[in-house]
Design a binder for this molecule. Structure first.
Ligand code: G3I
Length: 332
């Protein structure tokens, strides 16, 4: 999509989001975003001061065979951030998706599964110690009804795999900030309550958990602002740093034929503005940052994954700023 001139705010893109912000502004990147001379690189360098690997630190990519770790591409990405004194957020040590075949087919009793999980977590955390200062230890462990997802980890190790994962990560890098990351925690009360109760339980038993990643795959229609505000409060009041992770704002959550017009783009701009203002009401020590799940509509995961037309990010398919960018900048 290219915005017509009349649709664009005229803030330009020679400004910088992170330079204006009092909290880190992050983006998920792939290796092609770092190629010299490209518009992708220009955007990520100018606008963001925290990077997350969209895919290459996930188990299938970083640990493709039982005795093989695939460091080179990820090292390059992490060093790219560290050399610019920018933060690198690790995503994700454990997930039920994007596991390598050997892990999915691993044969062993529960002690052997636990040892395998420990090796994975500790090898990756140790390798990046001092460079990756915060990790999503666990991603999406709950179902929408608030029950624990029956992942391979749960099947083979039991529900205690969760606390073990946090303990193993902490043992490998005691100074790393450790997050639980999930979606729909604002929208879905049952799921939010289940995660809050997990966090209370872990904290009572001194299991090291320091932050919550609220994946913000949201839309211009929902969740509403008061629901988001209550979710933010629920989590920072438990003493967790709050990461608005994986932010994109869908214009077309129902997957219908859309008439892309200025009204939709302005609604999207208003939503990011509202979200940013709500985020800035969190007490400072709990503001870990906001991370966009990509920078330009060209590369968003949403159209491919859901098979629908959508434009959820800050820059359009011609890498031009959208009203959403300008309104977000204004809010900082
Ligand atoms: O790497 C292969 C490549 O070799 C192959 O040629 C190509 C062909 O399709 O596929 C490539 O893998 C794709 C990978 O992204 C890297 O581009 C996978 O097919 C594709 O499924 C994968 O999608 C990622 C998705 O997680 C996987 O579930 C998205 O990029 C990524 O944005 C998305 O991110 C997740 C978060 O990690 C967790 N929260 C939800 C979020 C959205 O699903």
């Amino acid at each position: 999509m290219t915005c017509k001139k009349s649709e664009q705010s005229n803030c330009g893109d020679n400004l910088s989001l992170y330079s204006k912000s009092s909290f880190p502004i992050g983006v998920a990147i792939e290796s092609y975003d770092m190629v010299p001379g490209t518009r992708n690189k220009e955007i990520i360098d100018r606008q963001f001061n925290s990077f997350t690997a969209e895919n290459i630190l996930k188990p299938n990519s970083i640990h493709p065979q039982e005795n093989t770790f695939n460091w080179s591409e990820a090292d390059q990405m992490v060093d790219y951030a560290v050399n610019q004194n920018k933060r690198f957020h690790g995503h994700t040590l454990l997930w039920h998706n994007q596991l390598p075949n050997w892990m999915e087919n691993f044969q062993g009793n529960s002690a052997e599964w636990e040892a395998m999980m420990k090796t994975h977590i500790q090898t990756v955390c140790s390798h990046y110690k001092g460079k990756i200062t915060a990790w999503d230890v666990l991603n999406e462990a709950f179902n929408e009804d608030g029950t624990l997802r029956n992942s391979l980890w749960k099947q083979h190790i039991g529900a205690s795999y969760i606390e073990k994962a946090f303990l193993f990560a902490h043992e490998a890098d005691p100074s790393a900030i450790l997050f639980y990351n999930d979606f729909n925690l604002a929208l879905n009360d049952k799921k939010r309550e289940a995660v809050l109760s997990l966090v209370r339980n872990l904290k009572q038993r001194n299991v090291p958990i320091h932050g919550i990643g609220l994946q913000m795959h949201i839309s211009i229609y929902f969740p509403n602002n008061s629901t988001i505000a209550s979710a933010l409060k629920d989590f920072y009041q438990l003493g967790l740093k709050v990461h608005l992770s994986e932010l994109d704002i869908s214009l077309n959550p129902r997957g219908v034929d859309i008439d892309l017009n200025d009204d939709l783009l302005q609604k999207q701009a208003q939503k990011i503005h509202d979200l940013s203002i709500l985020y800035q009401q969190i007490p400072k020590p709990y503001q870990y940052g906001i991370t966009f799940w990509g920078h330009s509509d060209v590369h968003s995961w949403i159209p491919g994954f859901f098979g629908r037309e959508d434009y959820p990010l800050l820059f359009d398919t011609n890498y031009e700023v959208k009203p959403m960018y300008c309104k977000f900048l204004e809010s900082l």
